[in-house]
Design a protein around this ligand. Structure first.
Ligand code: ATP
Length: 296
């Protein structure tokens, strides 16, 4: 019988998520396998963002009892700075983003934004403070304008155009047969990986959050597109506190701090130069990726 109720539960969760104004579809899809449901505490207050500092304070987390994913993770990202998280597949990088978005609560420790524990604030206020540019964006079968406007309720055509220009999509859209009204998605124009990412960037620009999570795609785009996207991302992360979940080290050499996550703990930390000088895990990863780049 419980099996019967699960889809209803799920619909309820999706509905609540939409109602709460969670604007990131990808995030929403990932929420679907989240249980138990995270709820606002009674009397939860609104998150009050002043500088947008993010702090993980001795965070312990596991999805299942048997396997610890994060084992006492501590780091702080000062206002407007960029932290990059690297490490082998399965190290827990995306988990950090999911915890910051409060898809799950940690079993130990605290996650703070401007000194406020995110477990004590409303999810709505938390999620409206954080923008995610995901690995792979979901596009609706609708116009490209609609797909951008989705970033914020009530955005005007001018807002959409400004965001498109910030994401360097304006020239592309100008060449489309129906401009902003061109249908995209499964039943319309198929966008390339880079173009889809730009739509996600434009949505995020509309949302204008003080905190940004950039979840880098595992597979690289072609190198010119990649460079252009990187330049756009660098621009939108200026003055915003940014966490980058990175797979390619070449994209994060500018980060203020890089943490190398290994088996749920920080194995190394520092900026790019300091980490290279350490000649440890990061330096090894860098050498390996440099060789791969040369081969390519
Ligand atoms: P990648 O670089 O491959 O994206 P990652 O470092 O981002 O990896 P996470 O996605 O954070 O890794 O996952 C960390 C570990 O937690 C992995 O071993 C993964 O299998 C496990 N995991 C992730 N999501 C869940 C879940 N919903 N339930 C149970 N285990 C999970």
């Amino acid at each position: 019988l419980m099996q019967l109720f699960r889809p209803l539960d799920l619909l309820g969760m999706v509905y609540r998520t939409i109602r709460q104004g969670l604007v990131d579809m990808d995030a929403m899809f990932r929420l679907i396998d989240t249980e138990p449901e995270i709820a606002d505490k009674p009397g939860a207050t609104k998150l009050n963002v002043s500088d947008g500092t993010v702090e993980f304070d001795d965070v312990h987390f596991n999805y299942d009892e048997e396997r610890k994913i994060l084992k006492g993770l501590s780091f702080a990202v000062p206002s407007g700075k960029t932290l990059a998280i690297v490490g082998p597949s399965g190290a827990g990088k995306s988990t950090i983003a999911r915890l910051l978005f409060r898809f799950y609560d940690p079993q130990g420790g605290r996650i703070l934004i401007d000194g406020q524990d995110i477990a004590d604030v409303t999810q709505n206020s938390l999620r409206s403070a954080i923008g995610i540019v995901p690995q792979d964006s979901v596009l609706f079968n609708d116009s490209i304008g609609y797909n951008i406007a989705y970033g914020r309720d009530g955005s005007t055509q001018t807002d959409v155009e400004t965001a498109a220009s910030g994401a360097a999509l304006d020239n592309f859209i100008a060449q489309l047969p129906d401009g902003y009204k061109t249908q995209v998605g499964e039943r319309g124009l198929k966008l390339s990986g880079g173009e889809k990412q730009r739509v996600a960037i434009a949505r995020t620009l509309l949302k204008n959050p003080p905190i940004l999570i950039l979840d880098e795609a595992t597979s690289a785009l072609d190198s010119r597109t990649e460079d252009e996207i990187q330049a756009t991302l660098a621009k939108i992360s200026e003055r915003r506190t940014t966490l980058i979940i990175a797979h390619r080290l070449s994209t994060i050499t500018h980060a203020d701090e890089i943490i190398v996550l290994d088996k749920g703990q920080i194995a190394e930390r520092g900026d790019h130069r300091a980490l290279l000088a350490k000649n440890g895990l990061y330096a090894d990863m860098w050498k390996r990726q440099a060789e791969e780049r040369e081969l390519a």
